[in-house]
Design a protein around this ligand. Structure first.
Ligand SMILES: NC(=O)c1ccc[n+]([C@@H]2O[C@H](COP(=O)([O-])OP(=O)(O)OC[C@H]3O[C@@H](n4cnc5c(N)ncnc54)[C@H](OP(=O)(O)O)[C@@H]3O)[C@@H](O)[C@H]2O)c1
Length: 293
């Protein structure tokens, strides 16, 4: 089983390479090897790859810079995945892509299901929604929406909060934003385990299409951070709740965007772990490694 992966240094990219080991051979392309702003480089990479499946983990993921550079975000998050899906279709290869809860406006009284209308409220969300729609127009494509991804790898919310809690006396964390944390290592393990099914499935298989992938349960940014920081004996910051409005970031965030994963369970039999257990385990591992990520 061979996978061509766009993205090599990112959080999920690294987690997939760690999960793959012997079962799946992953060829991961860095930005230097394939720039997602260069469509011809993408086409050439897929045309020449010896692989059974293509996975895109690369994206323009910086939510605030995307407000200032929407064209660049759109090129990387919408045009590049469209080019990938088209090149995969030309070779009959399945294509797996990642998206985000940021496609929703966050005005909801329940977790979002895949059929809920997406109404992004920032440039990042708009670019990712356009990418989803372009990808899903091609056959044998998968879009997994994930949210609040954390892991032992890359720069992510858990590792960032742990570090800040050691450096600062007071740490103010947003308490009025709610969502579903996603264990990036569980995501990587799922991608690796499911790759052979996607590789062998016909276009009408229910394994293709749009899915939500997240840990079970919903939490606030504040409780998410606190669950990790409470594990660290060296944390010294006092954690205080604040509001999104007080942070005044350039890009608005959806206030509540938990993801319902019932479709994932029905199609793949995947049972997401409750978010707190996964956050605590990841925090323990990061702390044991001296917060070296
Ligand atoms: N992290 C989250 O909380 C979160 C939440 C929801 C959805 N997602 C989605 O999950 C996926 C993976 O996210 P992640 O957390 O792994 O992101 P990440 O750690 O920020 O990694 C993004 C990767 O994309 C690469 N990239 C960016 N622009 C590129 C370009 N022009 N050409 C080639 N490579 C480029 C980056 O390369 P460089 O290292 O060279 O910059 C990096 O390796 C993305 O689709 C993201 O939208 C993430």
């Amino acid at each position: 089983m061979k996978v061509l992966q766009f993205g090599r240094t990112g959080q999920v990219a690294t987690a997939v390479q760690a999960a793959a080991r012997e079962s799946v051979e992953v060829t991961a392309l860095s930005r230097a090897e394939c720039d997602l702003e260069n469509a011809e480089q993408i086409r050439e990479a897929i045309r020449e790859a010896d692989c059974d499946l293509v996975l895109n983990t690369a994206a323009f993921t910086q939510v605030d810079p995307a407000e200032a550079r929407p064209d660049e975000a759109f090129t990387v998050n919408a045009i590049a995945p469209d080019v990938m899906a088209e090149a995969c279709a030309a070779r009959g290869l399945p294509f797996v892509h990642l998206s985000t809860d940021a496609v929703f406006d966050g005005v909801t009284d329940r977790p979002y299901v895949e059929t809920d209308e997406a109404r992004p409220i920032n440039a990042y969300g708009r670019s990712k929604l356009a990418g989803e729609q372009a990808v899903l127009a091609h056959p044998r494509t998968v879009v997994l929406r994930v949210s609040w991804v954390f892991s032992r790898y890359g720069r992510n919310y858990v590792s960032f909060m742990l570090r800040l809690a050691r450096e600062r006396d007071v740490l103010r964390v947003v308490a009025d934003q709610f969502g579903s944390p996603t264990d990036g290592e569980a995501l990587a393990a799922f991608l690796v385990a499911t790759a052979p099914r996607w590789a062998g499935a016909p276009a009408d298989d229910p394994a293709f299409g749009l899915f939500h992938f997240a840990n079970a349960g919903e939490t606030s940014r504040f409780d998410f951070a606190k669950a990790a920081i409470d594990r660290d004996p060296q944390a010294r910051a006092r954690i205080e709740p604040t509001t999104q409005a007080a942070f005044a970031e350039p890009a608005p965030r959806p206030p509540r965007s938990p993801l319902d994963t019932a479709k994932l369970r029905a199609v793949f039999g995947f049972e997401p772990e409750p978010w707190r257990a996964a956050v605590e385990r990841t925090a323990d591992r990061l702390i044991a490694s001296g917060l070296a990520v």
